[in-house]
Write a protein that binds this ligand. Structure first.
Ligand SMILES: Cc1cc2nc3c(=O)[nH]c(=O)nc-3n(C[C@H](O)[C@H](O)[C@H](O)COP(=O)(O)OP(=O)(O)OC[C@H]3O[C@@H](n4cnc5c(N)ncnc54)[C@H](O)[C@@H]3O)c2cc1C
Length: 383
Protein backbone atom coordinates (compact mmCIF):
# COMPACT_ATOMS: atom_id res chain seq x y z
CA UNK A 1 0.00 0.00 0.00
CA UNK A 2 1.49 3.36 -0.95
CA UNK A 3 1.04 6.58 1.06
CA UNK A 4 -1.80 7.99 -1.03
CA UNK A 5 -3.71 4.69 -0.82
CA UNK A 6 -3.14 4.63 2.94
CA UNK A 7 -4.40 8.22 3.25
CA UNK A 8 -7.48 7.58 1.11
CA UNK A 9 -8.29 4.40 3.04
CA UNK A 10 -7.76 6.21 6.33
CA UNK A 11 -10.09 9.01 5.28
CA UNK A 12 -12.76 6.50 4.18
CA UNK A 13 -12.57 4.54 7.42
CA UNK A 14 -12.62 7.65 9.62
CA UNK A 15 -15.57 9.02 7.64
CA UNK A 16 -17.51 5.76 7.96
CA UNK A 17 -16.76 5.35 11.65
CA UNK A 18 -17.54 9.03 12.21
CA UNK A 19 -20.95 8.71 10.55
CA UNK A 20 -21.62 5.74 12.85
CA UNK A 21 -20.75 7.92 15.83
CA UNK A 22 -17.83 5.67 16.63
CA UNK A 23 -15.18 8.38 16.45
CA UNK A 24 -15.56 11.19 18.89
CA UNK A 25 -12.06 12.41 19.56
CA UNK A 26 -8.75 13.14 17.86
CA UNK A 27 -7.00 10.48 19.91
CA UNK A 28 -9.34 7.86 18.50
CA UNK A 29 -8.32 9.08 15.02
CA UNK A 30 -4.66 8.66 15.80
CA UNK A 31 -5.30 5.11 17.08
CA UNK A 32 -6.94 4.33 13.76
CA UNK A 33 -4.00 5.91 11.92
CA UNK A 34 -1.54 3.68 13.66
CA UNK A 35 -3.62 0.60 12.83
CA UNK A 36 -3.82 1.55 9.19
CA UNK A 37 -0.14 2.45 8.91
CA UNK A 38 1.20 -1.01 9.58
CA UNK A 39 2.25 -1.33 5.96
CA UNK A 40 5.00 1.25 6.20
CA UNK A 41 6.55 2.20 2.92
CA UNK A 42 10.05 0.74 2.65
CA UNK A 43 12.72 1.75 0.11
CA UNK A 44 14.53 -1.57 -0.10
CA UNK A 45 12.55 -4.43 1.42
CA UNK A 46 9.19 -5.52 0.01
CA UNK A 47 7.98 -7.15 3.22
CA UNK A 48 6.42 -5.66 6.38
CA UNK A 49 8.54 -5.00 9.48
CA UNK A 50 8.84 -7.89 11.89
CA UNK A 51 10.19 -7.62 15.44
CA UNK A 52 13.11 -9.84 16.46
CA UNK A 53 12.03 -11.95 19.46
CA UNK A 54 14.52 -11.03 22.15
CA UNK A 55 14.76 -12.93 25.42
CA UNK A 56 17.53 -13.64 27.90
CA UNK A 57 17.10 -17.40 27.54
CA UNK A 58 17.80 -17.12 23.79
CA UNK A 59 21.38 -15.82 24.24
CA UNK A 60 23.80 -18.14 22.46
CA UNK A 61 27.06 -16.26 23.03
CA UNK A 62 28.51 -12.98 24.28
CA UNK A 63 31.77 -11.58 22.94
CA UNK A 64 34.07 -8.63 23.45
CA UNK A 65 36.43 -6.83 21.08
CA UNK A 66 38.82 -3.92 21.58
CA UNK A 67 38.58 -1.25 18.88
CA UNK A 68 41.99 0.29 18.07
CA UNK A 69 41.17 3.97 18.46
CA UNK A 70 43.23 7.14 17.91
CA UNK A 71 41.52 10.55 18.36
CA UNK A 72 43.62 12.00 15.54
CA UNK A 73 42.72 9.12 13.22
CA UNK A 74 44.31 6.03 11.71
CA UNK A 75 47.95 5.88 10.63
CA UNK A 76 49.07 5.21 7.08
CA UNK A 77 52.69 6.17 6.58
CA UNK A 78 56.09 4.85 5.52
CA UNK A 79 59.12 4.77 7.81
CA UNK A 80 62.66 4.04 6.64
CA UNK A 81 65.10 1.86 8.63
CA UNK A 82 68.08 1.68 6.22
CA UNK A 83 67.13 -0.91 3.62
CA UNK A 84 63.97 -1.89 5.53
CA UNK A 85 60.77 0.09 5.01
CA UNK A 86 57.86 -0.21 7.42
CA UNK A 87 54.49 0.92 6.11
CA UNK A 88 51.87 1.42 8.82
CA UNK A 89 48.16 0.75 8.41
CA UNK A 90 46.55 0.70 11.85
CA UNK A 91 44.29 2.50 14.33
CA UNK A 92 40.87 2.43 12.61
CA UNK A 93 38.70 2.56 15.75
CA UNK A 94 35.08 1.57 15.20
CA UNK A 95 35.24 1.80 11.40
CA UNK A 96 38.01 -0.54 10.29
CA UNK A 97 35.72 -2.94 8.48
CA UNK A 98 34.23 -0.09 6.46
CA UNK A 99 37.61 1.49 5.70
CA UNK A 100 39.64 -1.64 5.02
CA UNK A 101 40.07 -1.67 1.24
CA UNK A 102 40.54 2.10 1.06
CA UNK A 103 43.03 2.39 3.90
CA UNK A 104 44.94 -0.61 2.55
CA UNK A 105 45.00 0.99 -0.92
CA UNK A 106 46.59 4.07 0.67
CA UNK A 107 49.14 1.84 2.39
CA UNK A 108 50.02 0.06 -0.85
CA UNK A 109 50.49 3.47 -2.55
CA UNK A 110 53.30 4.01 -0.05
CA UNK A 111 55.41 1.45 -1.93
CA UNK A 112 55.92 3.96 -4.76
CA UNK A 113 59.51 3.76 -5.96
CA UNK A 114 60.26 0.44 -4.25
CA UNK A 115 61.19 -2.66 -6.28
CA UNK A 116 58.21 -5.03 -6.46
CA UNK A 117 59.31 -8.37 -4.98
CA UNK A 118 58.66 -9.85 -1.52
CA UNK A 119 56.57 -8.14 1.14
CA UNK A 120 55.76 -9.07 4.73
CA UNK A 121 52.41 -8.14 6.23
CA UNK A 122 52.13 -8.33 10.01
CA UNK A 123 48.61 -9.10 11.21
CA UNK A 124 45.78 -11.08 9.69
CA UNK A 125 42.82 -8.94 10.70
CA UNK A 126 40.88 -7.12 8.02
CA UNK A 127 43.71 -4.60 7.38
CA UNK A 128 46.35 -7.31 7.03
CA UNK A 129 44.24 -9.42 4.66
CA UNK A 130 43.10 -6.57 2.41
CA UNK A 131 46.64 -5.08 2.30
CA UNK A 132 48.00 -8.50 1.35
CA UNK A 133 45.43 -8.97 -1.43
CA UNK A 134 46.06 -5.54 -2.92
CA UNK A 135 49.82 -6.16 -2.84
CA UNK A 136 49.30 -9.44 -4.68
CA UNK A 137 47.24 -7.65 -7.31
CA UNK A 138 50.15 -5.23 -7.74
CA UNK A 139 52.56 -8.13 -8.33
CA UNK A 140 54.11 -8.69 -4.89
CA UNK A 141 54.85 -12.07 -3.28
CA UNK A 142 53.33 -11.79 0.16
CA UNK A 143 53.76 -13.58 3.49
CA UNK A 144 51.45 -12.72 6.37
CA UNK A 145 53.08 -13.04 9.80
CA UNK A 146 50.56 -13.04 12.61
CA UNK A 147 50.09 -13.88 16.25
CA UNK A 148 46.44 -14.85 15.75
CA UNK A 149 44.61 -16.13 12.71
CA UNK A 150 41.85 -13.84 11.44
CA UNK A 151 39.12 -15.84 13.16
CA UNK A 152 40.62 -14.70 16.48
CA UNK A 153 41.18 -11.06 15.52
CA UNK A 154 39.17 -7.98 16.55
CA UNK A 155 38.02 -7.88 12.94
CA UNK A 156 36.04 -11.05 13.47
CA UNK A 157 34.22 -9.34 16.37
CA UNK A 158 33.25 -6.26 14.35
CA UNK A 159 29.54 -5.78 13.85
CA UNK A 160 29.96 -5.04 10.14
CA UNK A 161 27.77 -2.06 9.29
CA UNK A 162 29.29 -0.13 6.37
CA UNK A 163 29.60 3.12 8.25
CA UNK A 164 33.08 4.50 9.03
CA UNK A 165 32.08 5.71 12.48
CA UNK A 166 34.04 6.39 15.70
CA UNK A 167 37.27 6.57 13.72
CA UNK A 168 38.53 9.97 14.93
CA UNK A 169 37.51 12.96 16.99
CA UNK A 170 36.36 16.01 15.08
CA UNK A 171 38.48 19.03 15.97
CA UNK A 172 41.39 16.80 16.99
CA UNK A 173 42.07 15.16 13.62
CA UNK A 174 43.76 17.38 11.03
CA UNK A 175 42.14 18.52 7.78
CA UNK A 176 44.73 16.40 5.95
CA UNK A 177 43.54 13.38 7.91
CA UNK A 178 39.93 14.13 7.03
CA UNK A 179 40.88 14.09 3.33
CA UNK A 180 42.63 10.75 3.83
CA UNK A 181 39.57 9.39 5.65
CA UNK A 182 37.19 10.48 2.88
CA UNK A 183 39.43 9.02 0.19
CA UNK A 184 39.69 5.70 2.05
CA UNK A 185 35.92 5.61 2.62
CA UNK A 186 35.10 6.14 -1.05
CA UNK A 187 37.62 3.56 -2.31
CA UNK A 188 36.50 1.05 0.26
CA UNK A 189 32.81 1.56 -0.44
CA UNK A 190 33.45 1.01 -4.15
CA UNK A 191 35.45 -2.16 -3.49
CA UNK A 192 32.78 -3.65 -1.21
CA UNK A 193 30.06 -2.88 -3.74
CA UNK A 194 32.02 -4.84 -6.33
CA UNK A 195 32.04 -7.85 -3.99
CA UNK A 196 28.42 -7.59 -2.87
CA UNK A 197 26.63 -10.91 -2.49
CA UNK A 198 26.45 -13.95 -0.24
CA UNK A 199 29.84 -15.23 -1.37
CA UNK A 200 31.66 -12.46 0.52
CA UNK A 201 28.91 -11.95 3.11
CA UNK A 202 27.93 -8.48 1.87
CA UNK A 203 24.40 -7.18 1.30
CA UNK A 204 22.45 -3.94 1.29
CA UNK A 205 20.05 -3.33 4.15
CA UNK A 206 17.78 -0.59 5.46
CA UNK A 207 19.38 1.12 8.49
CA UNK A 208 17.22 2.95 11.05
CA UNK A 209 18.84 5.36 13.51
CA UNK A 210 16.57 5.80 16.53
CA UNK A 211 16.47 8.56 19.13
CA UNK A 212 14.30 10.50 21.49
CA UNK A 213 16.00 13.71 20.39
CA UNK A 214 16.61 14.90 16.86
CA UNK A 215 19.30 12.71 15.36
CA UNK A 216 22.51 14.57 14.60
CA UNK A 217 24.14 13.35 11.41
CA UNK A 218 27.49 11.64 11.94
CA UNK A 219 30.48 13.04 10.13
CA UNK A 220 30.26 10.35 7.46
CA UNK A 221 26.62 11.14 6.67
CA UNK A 222 27.38 14.86 6.41
CA UNK A 223 30.57 14.54 4.38
CA UNK A 224 29.93 11.43 2.29
CA UNK A 225 26.17 11.55 1.56
CA UNK A 226 26.65 10.05 -1.90
CA UNK A 227 27.62 6.73 -0.28
CA UNK A 228 24.18 6.28 1.32
CA UNK A 229 20.85 5.94 -0.43
CA UNK A 230 17.22 6.47 0.64
CA UNK A 231 18.33 8.88 3.38
CA UNK A 232 15.33 10.45 5.14
CA UNK A 233 14.13 11.74 8.49
CA UNK A 234 10.89 9.81 9.03
CA UNK A 235 7.66 11.13 10.49
CA UNK A 236 6.04 9.10 13.32
CA UNK A 237 3.46 7.55 10.97
CA UNK A 238 6.21 6.45 8.55
CA UNK A 239 7.97 3.94 10.81
CA UNK A 240 7.12 1.37 13.49
CA UNK A 241 9.74 2.31 16.09
CA UNK A 242 8.69 3.48 19.57
CA UNK A 243 10.88 6.61 19.57
CA UNK A 244 10.37 10.26 18.62
CA UNK A 245 13.02 10.56 15.90
CA UNK A 246 14.08 8.15 13.18
CA UNK A 247 16.58 8.60 10.39
CA UNK A 248 16.80 6.03 7.61
CA UNK A 249 19.63 5.15 5.24
CA UNK A 250 20.42 2.16 3.07
CA UNK A 251 23.96 0.83 3.22
CA UNK A 252 25.88 -2.44 3.25
CA UNK A 253 26.34 -4.89 6.05
CA UNK A 254 29.45 -7.07 5.94
CA UNK A 255 29.48 -10.36 7.83
CA UNK A 256 33.08 -10.49 9.09
CA UNK A 257 33.37 -14.27 9.49
CA UNK A 258 32.33 -14.90 5.87
CA UNK A 259 34.27 -11.97 4.47
CA UNK A 260 37.55 -12.73 6.29
CA UNK A 261 37.40 -16.40 5.34
CA UNK A 262 36.78 -15.56 1.71
CA UNK A 263 39.61 -12.98 1.49
CA UNK A 264 41.95 -15.40 3.26
CA UNK A 265 41.08 -18.05 0.64
CA UNK A 266 41.70 -15.55 -2.18
CA UNK A 267 45.08 -14.75 -0.60
CA UNK A 268 46.06 -18.42 -0.45
CA UNK A 269 44.79 -19.12 -3.98
CA UNK A 270 46.95 -16.26 -5.26
CA UNK A 271 50.09 -17.86 -3.78
CA UNK A 272 50.22 -16.16 -0.37
CA UNK A 273 51.67 -17.77 2.76
CA UNK A 274 50.90 -17.52 6.47
CA UNK A 275 53.38 -17.80 9.33
CA UNK A 276 52.30 -17.72 12.96
CA UNK A 277 54.65 -15.39 14.82
CA UNK A 278 54.39 -13.03 17.78
CA UNK A 279 56.60 -9.93 17.52
CA UNK A 280 57.74 -8.37 20.75
CA UNK A 281 59.58 -5.25 19.56
CA UNK A 282 60.86 -3.30 16.57
CA UNK A 283 64.14 -5.26 16.31
CA UNK A 284 62.11 -8.42 16.08
CA UNK A 285 60.21 -6.93 13.14
CA UNK A 286 63.36 -5.64 11.44
CA UNK A 287 64.84 -9.15 11.60
CA UNK A 288 62.33 -10.30 8.96
CA UNK A 289 63.91 -11.27 5.65
CA UNK A 290 61.57 -9.03 3.64
CA UNK A 291 62.64 -5.41 3.16
CA UNK A 292 59.10 -4.11 2.69
CA UNK A 293 57.02 -4.70 5.81
CA UNK A 294 53.42 -3.64 6.45
CA UNK A 295 52.34 -3.08 10.02
CA UNK A 296 48.67 -4.09 10.29
CA UNK A 297 48.71 -5.06 13.95
CA UNK A 298 45.77 -2.90 15.11
CA UNK A 299 46.01 -2.37 18.84
CA UNK A 300 49.30 -4.34 18.85
CA UNK A 301 50.96 -1.22 17.41
CA UNK A 302 50.76 0.49 20.79
CA UNK A 303 53.47 -1.68 22.31
CA UNK A 304 55.40 -2.41 19.11
CA UNK A 305 55.73 1.24 18.03
CA UNK A 306 55.19 3.11 21.33
CA UNK A 307 52.06 4.80 20.02
CA UNK A 308 50.78 6.59 23.13
CA UNK A 309 47.67 7.85 21.37
CA UNK A 310 46.38 4.40 20.49
CA UNK A 311 43.80 3.22 22.99
CA UNK A 312 41.27 0.38 23.24
CA UNK A 313 37.56 1.04 23.09
CA UNK A 314 35.92 -2.07 24.45
CA UNK A 315 32.77 -3.28 22.73
CA UNK A 316 30.46 -6.08 23.86
CA UNK A 317 28.02 -7.99 21.64
CA UNK A 318 25.26 -10.46 22.48
CA UNK A 319 23.98 -13.03 19.98
CA UNK A 320 20.63 -14.77 19.67
CA UNK A 321 19.61 -17.28 16.96
CA UNK A 322 18.91 -15.96 13.45
CA UNK A 323 15.51 -14.86 12.17
CA UNK A 324 15.31 -14.63 8.37
CA UNK A 325 12.27 -12.33 8.67
CA UNK A 326 14.41 -9.49 10.05
CA UNK A 327 15.59 -7.48 7.05
CA UNK A 328 16.68 -4.15 8.56
CA UNK A 329 19.11 -2.99 11.20
CA UNK A 330 18.73 -0.43 13.97
CA UNK A 331 21.20 1.82 15.76
CA UNK A 332 20.28 3.77 18.92
CA UNK A 333 17.04 4.03 20.86
CA UNK A 334 18.44 2.63 24.12
CA UNK A 335 19.88 3.97 27.35
CA UNK A 336 23.47 3.50 26.04
CA UNK A 337 25.07 2.20 22.82
CA UNK A 338 22.32 0.05 21.31
CA UNK A 339 22.02 -1.77 18.00
CA UNK A 340 20.47 -4.79 16.31
CA UNK A 341 22.01 -6.32 13.17
CA UNK A 342 20.52 -9.40 11.51
CA UNK A 343 23.03 -11.87 10.07
CA UNK A 344 22.58 -15.08 8.11
CA UNK A 345 23.55 -17.21 11.11
CA UNK A 346 22.55 -15.08 14.10
CA UNK A 347 21.10 -11.81 15.32
CA UNK A 348 23.68 -9.49 16.83
CA UNK A 349 22.65 -7.19 19.67
CA UNK A 350 24.96 -4.37 20.70
CA UNK A 351 26.68 -2.83 22.23
CA UNK A 352 29.07 -0.87 24.36
CA UNK A 353 31.86 1.64 24.00
CA UNK A 354 34.22 1.61 26.97
CA UNK A 355 37.32 3.71 26.39
CA UNK A 356 40.73 2.71 27.83
CA UNK A 357 39.33 -0.61 29.03
CA UNK A 358 41.73 -3.47 28.18
CA UNK A 359 39.56 -6.20 29.68
CA UNK A 360 38.38 -8.84 27.21
CA UNK A 361 35.84 -10.28 29.61
CA UNK A 362 32.14 -9.90 28.89
CA UNK A 363 30.31 -8.11 31.72
CA UNK A 364 27.00 -9.52 32.94
CA UNK A 365 25.48 -6.08 33.62
CA UNK A 366 26.35 -4.92 30.09
CA UNK A 367 24.66 -8.03 28.65
CA UNK A 368 21.61 -7.31 30.78
CA UNK A 369 21.47 -3.69 29.61
CA UNK A 370 21.87 -4.66 25.93
CA UNK A 371 19.01 -7.16 26.20
CA UNK A 372 16.79 -4.74 28.11
CA UNK A 373 17.39 -1.82 25.69
CA UNK A 374 16.71 -3.95 22.62
CA UNK A 375 13.65 -5.60 24.21
CA UNK A 376 12.23 -2.15 24.98
CA UNK A 377 12.45 -1.26 21.32
CA UNK A 378 11.25 -4.47 19.74
CA UNK A 379 8.60 -5.51 22.27
CA UNK A 380 6.98 -2.15 21.49
CA UNK A 381 7.41 -2.16 17.72
CA UNK A 382 4.18 -0.85 16.14
CA UNK A 383 3.55 -3.81 13.87
C1 LIG B 1 32.23 -4.53 19.03
C2 LIG B 1 32.81 -3.96 17.75
C3 LIG B 1 31.97 -3.55 16.74
C4 LIG B 1 32.49 -3.02 15.56
N1 LIG B 1 31.64 -2.70 14.56
C5 LIG B 1 32.12 -2.22 13.38
C6 LIG B 1 31.23 -1.91 12.33
O1 LIG B 1 30.00 -2.10 12.43
N2 LIG B 1 31.76 -1.40 11.17
C7 LIG B 1 33.10 -1.20 11.03
O2 LIG B 1 33.52 -0.71 9.97
N3 LIG B 1 33.98 -1.52 12.02
C8 LIG B 1 33.52 -2.00 13.19
N4 LIG B 1 34.39 -2.30 14.22
C9 LIG B 1 35.81 -1.93 14.10
C10 LIG B 1 36.66 -2.95 13.37
O3 LIG B 1 36.34 -4.25 13.81
C11 LIG B 1 38.15 -2.63 13.62
O4 LIG B 1 38.42 -1.29 13.31
C12 LIG B 1 39.00 -3.51 12.70
O5 LIG B 1 38.66 -4.85 12.85
C13 LIG B 1 40.50 -3.35 12.99
O6 LIG B 1 41.16 -4.23 12.10
P1 LIG B 1 42.72 -4.50 12.16
O7 LIG B 1 43.04 -5.46 11.09
O8 LIG B 1 43.43 -3.18 12.16
O9 LIG B 1 42.99 -5.10 13.61
P2 LIG B 1 42.77 -6.58 14.17
O10 LIG B 1 41.56 -7.23 13.64
O11 LIG B 1 42.93 -6.47 15.64
O12 LIG B 1 43.99 -7.39 13.60
C14 LIG B 1 45.30 -7.21 14.10
C15 LIG B 1 46.14 -8.40 13.72
O13 LIG B 1 47.48 -8.14 14.15
C16 LIG B 1 47.97 -9.26 14.85
N5 LIG B 1 48.95 -8.80 15.86
C17 LIG B 1 48.76 -7.84 16.80
N6 LIG B 1 49.90 -7.70 17.52
C18 LIG B 1 50.81 -8.59 17.03
C19 LIG B 1 52.14 -8.90 17.35
N7 LIG B 1 52.77 -8.32 18.36
N8 LIG B 1 52.77 -9.87 16.62
C20 LIG B 1 52.11 -10.50 15.62
N9 LIG B 1 50.85 -10.22 15.25
C21 LIG B 1 50.21 -9.27 15.96
C22 LIG B 1 46.73 -9.88 15.50
O14 LIG B 1 46.96 -11.23 15.83
C23 LIG B 1 45.71 -9.69 14.38
O15 LIG B 1 45.81 -10.76 13.46
C24 LIG B 1 33.90 -2.87 15.40
C25 LIG B 1 34.75 -3.31 16.42
C26 LIG B 1 34.22 -3.86 17.58
C27 LIG B 1 35.15 -4.35 18.64
Amino acid sequence: MNNSTINTTRRQVIKTLGSLGAVSSLSACSDISSILNKNYERPHSRTPFYAPRIARNKIVRVIVGLRPYRPSGFVVKREEYDEKKIIHNYGHGGGGISLSWGSSALAVHQTAGLPINHAAVIGSGIMGLTTARLLQDAGWNVTIYTRDISRHSVSNVGAGQWAPTSVFEEGVASKAFEQQYKYASRISHHAYQNLSGANYGIRFLENYYLGNQKIKDSYYLRELPELFSSVADLQPHEHPFPVDFVKRTVTMIIEPATFLRRVRDDFLLTGGHFKIRNFTNLDDILSLQENTIFNCTGLGSKALFNDDELTPVKGQLVFIPPDPAIDYLTVGGGSDVTYMFPRAGEILLGGSSQKDDWSRNPEAEVTERIIEDNKNIFDNLRV
